[in-house]
Ligand binder design. Structure first.
Ligand SMILES: C[S@@+](CC[C@H](N)C(=O)[O-])C[C@H]1O[C@@H](n2cnc3c(N)ncnc32)[C@H](O)[C@@H]1O
Length: 278
C-alpha cells in the first residue's frame, strides 16, 4: 500500500486489514484487497469529524465505542440502486400478484435509498389499481442514512427516467421553488412501505413469516459463499411453498438446488426441507 506524502491521515496495510476484518464481522461485507483507497476516502470523513490523526486511532476508538458502528458501516456500504432496476423482476411480481390474489407480504431486504421498494409499491398499486390494497411491503437495510433518505422519498428528477409519464403523474409530486428539479413520492405510496433497519448478519431478524416475495438483490455479492447460503436458507424458511426469492443480476443460485429452484431469470422458489416461517 502506498502512503502518499500528501495523505492527510496515517493509513497502512495493517489498518486496512483491520477495517476489512471489522466490516466482515459487523456486516458480512467481504472487501477485496484492492479497496484500500475506497476505505481511506470513505472513512477519512469520520476521522475529520472526530478530530483523529490516524486510522490506528480511529480503529481503537471504534473498538471502544459501540455507537460508532453505525457510522462505520454507513461509510462503507455501497448503495447503488435505481427505480425499476432489472425491470423483468417487476413484471414477474405483477404476474405473481395477479395469480396469487389476497393478503400478501413482500420484503425488500437491501432497500438502499428506496427506489427499489417504491418500484415494488408502484407495481402493487398498478395491479390492484389502488393505493389501498392487501399487500404489505417491508423494506430494510443495514445503513441508517439510506433508510432516512428512503423514508423521505425525495429524488432528483433524473432518477425517475425509467417511469412512464403516467407513473410519474400518479406516483410523484414535482418539487417547486427550492425543491425544483426534485420529485417526492406521493404520501399514499410512501405509507405503503414500512422501513426498518435490519442487518442480514444478525442472528435473528425482526420479521415474521410467511413472507410471500423476498427481494434480496445486489447485496449477496458483497458476502462470501457460506454467508450467502446461510442467509438464503433463512430467507427461504420464511417463504411459503409458492413464494418467490428474487436475486440480483449477478447473484446466481442455480447450483444450490437443495435450497432453491429457478423459476425465471434470477427468480427462485423454495425447495422445501427443514424450518419454515422462522
Ligand atoms: C448495491 S445496494 C443494492 C440496492 C438494491 N437492492 C438494488 O438492487 O438496487 C446494496 C445494499 O445492501 C446493503 N447492505 C450491505 N450489507 C448489508 C447487511 N449486512 N444487511 C443489510 N443490508 C446490507 C447496503 O447498505 C446497500 O444499501
Amino acid at each position: 500500500m502506498s502512503q502518499s506524502a500528501q495523505q492527510e491521515f496515517a493509513f497502512n496495510k495493517e489498518d486496512f486489514e483491520r477495517v476489512r476484518r471489522t466490516l466482515y464481522q459487523k456486516a458480512g461485507i467481504n472487501l477485496t484487497e484492492t479497496k484500500d483507497s475506497l476505505v481511506y476516502s470513505r472513512l477519512a470523513r469520520r476521522l475529520r469529524a472526530l478530530s483523529l490523526n490516524s486510522f490506528d486511532d480511529y480503529l481503537t476508538y471504534l473498538k471502544r465505542t459501540p455507537e460508532e458502528d453505525e457510522n462505520f458501516i454507513n461509510a462503507l456500504t455501497t448503495n447503488l440502486t435505481s427505480f425499476f432496476r432489472e425491470a423483468h423482476h417487476f413484471d414477474a411480481l405483477a404476474n405473481y400478484l395477479r395469480t396469487h390474489p389476497g393478503q400478501r407480504t413482500i420484503w425488500c431486504s437491501a432497500s438502499s435509498t428506496g427506489e427499489e421498494p417504491y418500484s415494488i409499491a408502484m407495481t402493487v398499486a398498478e395491479v390492484f389499481d389502488s393505493f389501498d390494497n392487501p399487500v404489505s411491503i417491508i423494506a430494510s437495510d443495514i445503513d441508517s442514512q439510506v433508510l432516512a433518505k428512503a423514508s423521505a422519498g425525495i429524488y432528483n428528477s433524473e432518477a425517475t427516467t425509467k417511469l412512464t409519464p403516467h407513473q410519474c403523474k400518479k406516483f410523484l409530486h414535482k418539487g417547486k421553488g427550492s425543491q425544483k428539479g426534485k420529485v417526492r413520492v406521493v404520501p399514499e405510496l410512501r405509507k405503503n412501505v414500512s422501513f426498518r433497519r435490519i442487518n442480514l448478519m444478525d442472528v435473528t431478524w425482526p420479521i415474521r413469516g410467511p413472507i410471500d416475495v423476498i427481494f434480496c438483490r445486489n447485496v449477496m455479492i458483497y458476502f462470501d459463499k457460506p454467508t450467502q447460503l446461510n442467509i438464503l436458507k433463512r430467507m427461504v424458511a420464511l417463504l411459503p411453498d409458492d413464494g418467490l426469492y428474487i436475486a440480483g443480476h449477478s447473484e446466481n443460485f442455480n447450483k444450490d438446488s437443495q435450497i432453491v429452484t429457478p423459476v425465471g431469470k434470477t427468480i427462485y422458489k423454495p425447495v422445501r426441507e427443514g424450518r419454515r416461517y422462522g
